[in-house]
Write a protein that binds this ligand. Sequence first.
Ligand code: FES
Length: 155
Amino acid sequence: MNIEEVLSKYEPKRENILLILHELQNSKPNQFLSREDIESVAKYLNLPSSKVYETATFYGLFSTKPRGKYIIRVCVSTPCHVEGAEKVLKTLEEALGIKVGDTTEDGLFTLEEVSCLGICGVAPAMMVNEEAFGNLTPERAIEIINSFKEKEEER
Ligand code: FES
């Protein structure tokens, strides 16, 4: 879906900005909002580009730089933190060879820290794209990542 197709689904009203940015980002293989996207949304909503950029950088869900096919979001809020989220995060950094905020060279994984995913009952938790995983241990996190790698190799 191109920018025009996404925009045409929404009325050009300011209150639609988050829905538009969300759908636009999800419609792209690299799951990010480019400068061109920001400018198009600004023009469509009749807002300054700086306002749209500010919105896109305020929310952790949006990215203004290209990301991997699989976005790993590890929750680091207190309930997950006390259950070992830090260890999970460190293990993922080592296994993927990247730091939080970075994307692997093959473009497959981006690692991010987020606040509460709303599944604190199974802390520590993370999401890979839209899929949630709880009761994580470092070993389990590696298994999950490997299962995504295997899926890719089967393609
Ligand atoms: S604190 Fe981690 S999911 Fe709520």
